[in-house]
Design a protein around this ligand. Structure first.
Ligand SMILES: [Zn+2]
Length: 423
């Protein structure tokens, strides 16, 4: 077996660490069986049985990788109608364009150099590279590829694999940048991904990934970021090991605010390149926060369970008092929160989303709460509004207040809070 094959996951239960192959996976938190977060259901679908998959957070004591121990077939997870558009929020758009600018500032490339984005969504990140004078190529498996192509960002609609890497090299040359934002922790064929990226990169090229950062997940109790798309929750020590095992060196890393706290990691081909002061400092910070100690995860599990009980009790109490409650915003992570906390339409009759959101008109997976155009929440002005994109709560509350929302706002995490005005 090639080194890169060894860490490719097959759909189904995961019985060895996804990076170091250790069989000693320790359970952290069992979220039962859960629905696929980004598969909202139609009115017709909720009249039929729904498949749920095991969702359990575990940890490898050998390399420190926190991961889930079930891998769902990517064709089911990232289906052609995957409802997510990265350009949809202004904040995210700014962040993604910053990825290109920052990468180019750290690793300057000639004007006509090539940048390839894997999981390129609607092409927002590549627009940043295009503006810097680079040639760009997107790779996106879902129908959102069409949106990118319409915008003039050349995008291949398929899953990334070695043949595609070779085809890009043959037709467009090697890439100075390969990016994968919110993808690197999601792919099941991690070995193939890294092998393909090695084929794509120029000798001095750089692979830039962005993923949820375990340090932030622990600090702000983000149990709702646990869902099947997130196979791995990265911290730096296991990543250093992963890159080394696949013929790369992790050379730099920085924290970024995306999705409630992420890490941007820079890697280059060839083993043994030194890493920056920034990486050293972050590893020290991880160690200080107990990222590599079992007790940290026991506390995380206890706190998550307590938070879940508190949120559900609040909604039950509001229902008993006859108060109206609506949800605001329906990110993927809402599916885990709603289902695990036992929040069904009797406690939360609907979730309001911007009319441009592709989820409007469908139902949340597992919990079956209708997702409706946000104008309903302004008309009805329920007494309480539960913010499900709580990691962007400040911006969302400001925006909703400006549009006329008068409801008291419930922020579910890191601890349940009720807010009257702005945050
Ligand atoms: Zn491991």
């Amino acid at each position: 077996m090639n080194t890169f094959d060894a860490i490719n996951l097959k759909p189904g239960p995961v019985s060895a660490c996804q990076i170091c192959l250790s069989p000693r996976l320790e359970p952290i938190l069992d979220l039962g069986h859960s629905a696929l977060c980004d598969s909202p259901l139609s009115a017709e679908q909720i009249r039929h049985p729904e498949t749920l998959y095991p969702l359990r957070l575990v940890r490898c004591p050998d390399c420190g990788l926190v991961q889930i121990d079930y891998s769902v077939d990517p064709a089911k997870l990232f289906h052609p109608d995957y409802p997510y558009l990265s350009g949809i929020t202004e904040t995210l758009k700014r962040h993604l364009q910053n990825t290109a600018e920052r990468g180019h500032a750290k690793f300057p490339a000639p004007k006509d150099a090539l940048a390839v984005d894997i999981g390129s969504n609607d092409g927002t990140l590549l627009e940043g590279f295009k503006r810097l004078g680079l040639r760009v190529r997107g790779v996106e498996a879902t129908n959102i590829a069409r949106v990118a192509n319409q915008k003039g960002i050349p995008t291949t609609q398929d899953f990334f694999n070695l043949n595609m890497a070779q085809r890009i090299v043959d037709t467009e040359g090697h890439a100075s940048f390969v990016t994968a934002t919110n993808v690197f922790a999601h792919v099941n064929h991690l070995g193939t991904l890294l092998r393909g990226i090695r084929m794509l990169l120029t000798e001095d090229g750089v692979f830039i990934s962005e993923s949820h950062y375990l340090l932030d997940i622990l600090a702000t109790l983000q149990y709702d970021s646990i869902y099947h798309e997130h196979l791995r929750f990265y911290s730096l020590k296991p990543l250093v090991k992963l890159f080394d095992s696949q013929g790369f060196s992790l050379v730099d890393a920085e924290r970024i605010p995306n999705y409630g706290g992420s890490i941007r990691v820079y890697a280059q081909t060839g083993r043994g390149r030194p890493f920056s002061e920034g990486v050293k400092n972050l590893i020290a910070e991880e160690e200080k926060a107990g990222v590599y100690e079992a007790a940290t995860y026991q506390k995380f599990a206890r706190d998550a369970q307590a938070s879940r009980e508190e949120l559900r009790s609040l909604l039950v109490q509001l229902k008993r008092e006859g108060k109206k409650v609506a949800g605001i915003g329906c990110p993927g992570r809402a599916a885990t929160l709603l289902l695990w906390c036992g929040i069904s339409p009797d406690l939360l009759p609907y979730i309001a989303e911007q009319s441009s959101c592709l989820k409007v008109g469908s139902f949340t997976p597992g919990s079956h709460i209708p997702i409706v155009d946000e104008k309903r929440v302004f008309e009805e002005q329920p007494e309480y509004a539960l913010i499900l994109s709580w990691h962007y709560a400040r911006d969302i509350v400001r925006k909703m207040r400006a549009k006329g929302l008068r409801s008291r706002v419930i922020v579910p995490l890191p601890s349940v809070r009720i807010v009257e005005g702005e945050l």
